[in-house]
Design a protein around this ligand. Structure first.
Ligand code: GDP
Ligand code: MG
Length: 370
């Protein structure tokens, strides 16, 4: 990005290239005219001439965040919450996801063949809720390590017959680190030996204190297996969402995060995206991670072809020239040329990083050789 080679530095300093090379040599570095110098080496040479180096604030043109303009507050509209289900193994995460989906999604849907695209939406009290279908841990660990924050609300599933377990605590820590509100779902209350009170007691040690006990955490008791308490849970999710004032601007070019992607024999690169802001449309020029293209077709979580989707909506797209990674950001651009340029720049940068970058003369090198 901000690199400058020996020849360019000489030009800036109004000196002969050979003179700079000699100075570097004096410092113990054999450099050629086209060799890149890092900031420290540049400062050192400039110091020799009593020239101060102006630190330019560089815009990283390969960073997709650079292209996301901030929204005018007035343009923001309410958007559905994006929910992740977390908890210890076997406490009922998958059962709960299926239960919510089965009781809510297929209602009135002809055919009702749902697609697994990494997330799905349900409707409760006339409002939508988006559930991430990926294991909660992945949503918080691998995605967050890539800088993506997709979750608005975490549901912590704790089996009432088992109580707080290691992965329960891990889940709490992830949600806290991400500053995401937690709703506790005390599951398996239908089971013999279920003891919801014990779960609540144990969770107080992790600062999750029920409202009845003077705390602020919402607890919902349910049986994911029998579909009991699902409506209560959805109601509580909507309540928390309202408090959080989740908003987005549907009237802008879309951006968001990849939740899943793979290569399909027939369709090529297939990526599940979560639109986090704006509206994504078929035909949109798009950069996704280090790949780009034009949105060729979109399929929603019900397997239906759609032409456009708004904020907090998961959708599967085709049309990319390569397969992105879960957690990658995507940004839509006005024209295909720009998308291509930025996509190619990002590909190039990725290649350079992979190659271990070109050899640069660093300050460390200078001192090593003195
Ligand atoms: P996960 O590992 O957290 O995804 O847990 P699963 O959803 O796979 O559930 C583990 C086991 O607990 C399965 O055998 C489920 O049928 C069972 N299970 C899940 N929820 C309930 C429930 O509410 N009541 C009872 N009795 N069993 C449940
Ligand atoms: Mg599971």
């Amino acid at each position: 990005s901000g690199s400058i080679n020996v020849g360019e530095l000489a030009e800036k300093l109004n000196k002969e290239t050979n003179e700079i090379i000699k100075k570097l040599m004096f410092l113990g570095v054999m450099a050629t005219k086209n060799q890149d110098l890092d900031t420290d080496a540049i400062e050192l040479i400039c110091g020799e001439y009593g020239v101060e180096v102006e630190q330019e604030i560089e815009i990283d043109k390969t960073d997709l965040a650079t292209y996301i303009e901030e929204d005018d507050q007035k343009k923001l509209k309410e958007r559905p919450p994006v929910v992740t289900i977390m908890g210890h193994v076997d406490h009922g995460k998958t059962t709960l996801l299926d239960s919510i989906r089965n009781t809510k999604v297929t209602e009135g849907e002809a055919g009702g063949i749902t697609q697994h695209i990494g997330a799905y939406q349900v409707e409760a009290n006339g409002k939508k809720v988006t559930f991430l279908d990926t294991p909660g841990h992945a949503a918080f660990t691998s995605m967050r390590s890539r800088g993506a924050q997709v979750t608005d609300i975490a549901i912590l599933v704790v089996a009432a017959d088992d109580g707080v377990m290691p992965q329960t605590i891990e889940a709490i820590n992830h949600a806290k680190a991400a500053e995401v509100p937690i709703i506790v779902a005390v599951n398996k209350i239908d089971k013999e030996g279920a003891n919801p009170d014990r779960v609540m007691q144990e969770l107080t040690e992790h600062e999750l204190i029920p409202e009845d006990w003077g705390g602020e955490t919402i607890f919902v008791q349910l049986s994911a297996l029998k579909g009991e308490g699902i409506d209560d849970l959805l109601e509580m999710i909507l309540l928390v969402a309202e408090v959080e004032e989740l908003k987005a601007n549907p009237n802008r070019l879309a951006n968001g995060t990849v939740i899943d992607a793979q290569l399909d024999k027939g369709r090529g690169s297939v990526a599940s995206l979560l639109v986090q802001n704006g509206t994504l449309k078929v035909g949109d020029p798009i950069v996704v991670g280090n790949t780009f293209g034009r949105v060729r077709a979109m399929v929603n979580d019900l397997g239906k072809r759609v032409k456009s989707v708004g904020p907090s909506t998961p959708v599967e797209i085709t049309g990319l020239n390569d397969v992105p990674l879960a957690g990658d950001r995507f940004v839509v651009f006005k024209d295909e040329k720009t998308a291509r340029q930025i996509g190619e720049m990002r590909q190039q940068k990725e290649l350079e990083v992979k190659r271990g970058d070109k050899a640069k003369v660093s300050l460390e090198d200078l001192f090593e050789r003195i």
